[in-house]
Design a protein. Structure first.
Length: 65
């Protein structure tokens, strides 16, 4: 009995192991490239609300007799 106690005392219960190497929790990854939220598109071309049409030709109200 005494020999078992001495052996347990002399030998550590857990062997000496080096601590785990320091490793970053997340691998270094470049940030996402900056991209515009909406692609650059030219504004709608200015178009007149009503097409330009010549006014009605002037016609005499009464024909010459």
């Amino acid at each position: 009995m005494e020999q078992v106690i001495i052996l347990n005392y002399l030998s550590p219960s857990s062997p000496s192991s080096p601590s785990s190497p320091s490793s970053p929790s997340s691998p270094s990854s470049p940030s996402s490239p900056s991209s515009p939220s909406s692609p650059s598109s030219p504004s709608s071309p200015s178009s007149p609300s009503s097409p330009s049409s010549p006014s009605s030709p002037s016609s005499p109200s009464s024909f010459p007799s």
